[in-house]
Design a protein around this ligand. Structure first.
Ligand SMILES: NC(=O)c1ccc[n+]([C@@H]2O[C@H](COP(=O)([O-])OP(=O)(O)OC[C@H]3O[C@@H](n4cnc5c(N)ncnc54)[C@H](OP(=O)(O)O)[C@@H]3O)[C@@H](O)[C@H]2O)c1
Length: 336
């Protein structure tokens, strides 16, 4: 059993604690540190969390094996590095950093210290996404040609002026850090790394805060193409469709945290003029937050690495940086 501390007891930090509370044999939250302890005392008492005055004090506590970071984006890199130096395993909410060099530095610090680094891409624990991966691996979908996705919702209206989510340094490229990075992570899982991006981003709905309408074209190193949009001043929705040379697979709905259904539609090579109907598969209800934390805990207990230097979580940040460069230059950007 990994004894973990939650850092940042805002919306998502509390959700992560609840996802495993009294429900896991792999990880339990025993401690917490947050900026405004008064706001979280009741929650901490209810969930048996010992509150620490500061992150630094928490890192000195020998009974804590791992820290789970659910803090604003600009804090992630340094908090990961501090945890690694203190010999704690660390699970960091997405994104791992806000520029490629920082994200790589965070991953490198964990690798050098021999601690496990997890990053909060819980979509990877969706049974439907794993099934698409399997359909690619066993050749059912054929060669991956193209992936398209969107992840949208009214985030821009949820946070008042001055909230960190409306700070362009904390949340660059509109909905990308809040939403788009999840779709990117799913794309990286299915199609590998990206070698070129062309992006555009605008603030159209309000006169303050981050952009609300962001989109991009992607070219993967495999040769596949993709596009992604995130609109954060509209109603909640998301969708991802993977086109292979034998057919397509699609996921998407309103509730991205619930267990997804999967639609698959394959060509009949003997009858290519016949329009095929998709087959819909449902999966047993699962908590992706619990699954990601338990996987992290199992790796930490075995001292196995998870997110690594040069890996997908670092590449996701490098892509974010390239998206910003493309938005600024209004031209395609190749990733190094
Ligand atoms: N994987 C997912 O699906 C998912 C979903 C939502 C969020 N997230 C991620 O979870 C992380 C936290 O997001 P959230 O929605 O929980 O944010 P939030 O509700 O604003 O909570 C942020 C927490 O960090 C604390 N904090 C420490 N220093 C801060 C500072 N300088 N400015 C603001 N807050 C500070 C806040 O303390 P106070 O109590 O004093 O405000 C609060 O406890 C982010 O990385 C986000 O991307 C992931």
């Amino acid at each position: 059993m990994i004894r973990a501390a939650i850092v940042g007891l805002g919306t998502w930090g509390q959700n992560l604690v609840r996802s495993v509370h009294s429900q896991s044999g792999a990880i339990e939250f025993v401690a917490a540190a947050t900026r405004t302890p008064e706001k979280a005392r009741e929650f901490a008492a209810l969930h048996g969390l010992r509150m620490f005055e500061s992150y630094e004090e928490l890192l000195r506590e020998p009974s804590v094996d791992a820290v789970v970071l659910a803090t604003p984006h600009s804090m992630h890199t340094e908090q990961v590095v501090q945890a690694a130096r203190a010999g704690k395993h660390v699970f960091c909410e997405k994104p791992l950093g806000l520029d490629a060099e920082s994200a790589e530095r965070a991953a490198r610090a964990c690798a050098d210290a021999g601690v496990t680094l997890g990053v909060g891409y819980n979509w990877r624990y969706q049974p439907a996404l794993r099934e698409i991966r399997r359909l690619i691996d066993d050749g059912t979908l054929g060669r991956v040609l193209h992936i398209e996705g969107n992840f949208c919702g009214p985030s821009a209206y949820r946070f008042p002026k001055g909230h960190w989510r409306h700070d362009r340094d904390e949340a660059p490229a509109g909905g990308m850090t809040g939403r788009g990075v999840h779709v990117i992570d799913a794309m990286l899982y299915l199609a590998g790394h990206v070698e070129q991006v062309t992006a555009q981003s605008f603030r159209l709905a309000q006169d303050f805060g981050v952009d609300d309408t962001t989109s991009m074209l992607l070219r993967f190193a495999s040769g596949a193409t993709g596009y992604l949009g995130t609109v954060i001043a509209t109603a909640e929705t998301w969708r991802m469709q993977v086109f292979g040379s034998n057919g397509w697979a699609e996921v998407g709905d309103v509730e991205h945290l619930h267990t997804w259904d999967l639609k698959v539609c394959l060509i009949d090579r003997e009858h290519v003029t016949v329009k095929q109907q998709p087959v819909v598969t449902s999966f047993a209800k699962a908590s992706t937050e619990r699954a990601e934390l338990e996987h992290f805990a199992e790796c930490a207990a075995a001292r196995r690495p998870l997110a690594q230097p040069g890996g997908d979580a670092v590449h996701n940040v490098a892509l974010l940086q390239s998206i910003l460069q493309s938005i600024a230059s209004q031209s395609p950007v190749r990733l190094g």
